[in-house]
Design a protein around this ligand. Structure first.
Ligand code: DQA
Length: 155
């Protein structure tokens, strides 16, 4: 390690994952999910992370297997995970298992409040593998989730 690198403060590394259909934010049911694009959410998150001495790597996929691969990668490359698994939240035992396997803190994030919506959205398969959950605050849920995750990591 160079002397300059040694002096650089450690930035907490967060992996932010968004699941199926979240690439359509901004046009997808705006009355539920709002008008902001995922790119804008990611931009805000990166700016907030910087203020909080963290970095955030934001990724989105419609493919469960890719989300699983990214969670596995997080074990050695990230300190914590922010996860909006979209509809996989309610179906994916595999995501739950992956989070348990890597054993790094994860915060579950949702733009809407699934528990105030249709009954089939009330159950989260991933919740029991997470340190906490933020839901119902639109894009701000991601920012609140980041703050909660960093708090949990630094406690
Ligand atoms: C969501 C809620 C899920 O029920 C839904 O399937 C989504 C988005 C949210 O962010 O509010 O795709 O995760």
């Amino acid at each position: 390690m160079t002397a300059r690198a040694a002096k650089r403060p450690h930035r907490t590394r967060v992996l932010c994952l968004s699941g199926p259909n979240l690439q359509l934010l901004g046009v997808r049911e705006p009355e539920i999910y709002g008008h902001e694009t995922l790119a804008l959410v990611h931009e805000r998150l990166a700016a907030r992370a910087k203020e909080l001495s963290a970095t955030v790597d934001c990724r989105q996929s419609n493919h469960e297997g890719l989300l699983l691969d990214w969670i596995a990668e997080a074990r050695t490359s990230f300190d914590g995970i922010l996860l909006n698994a979209g509809a996989f939240t309610h179906t994916s035992l595999a995501l739950f298992d992956a989070l348990k396997a890597v054993a790094i803190p994860c915060v579950e994030v949702h733009l809407s409040n699934p528990e105030a919506r249709e009954a089939y959205r009330h159950e989260s398969k991933v919740a029991a593998a997470c340190v906490g959950k933020v839901a119902g605050f639109g894009p701000q849920s991601y920012l609140l989730g980041l703050e909660g995750l960093l708090g949990a990591l630094r406690r």
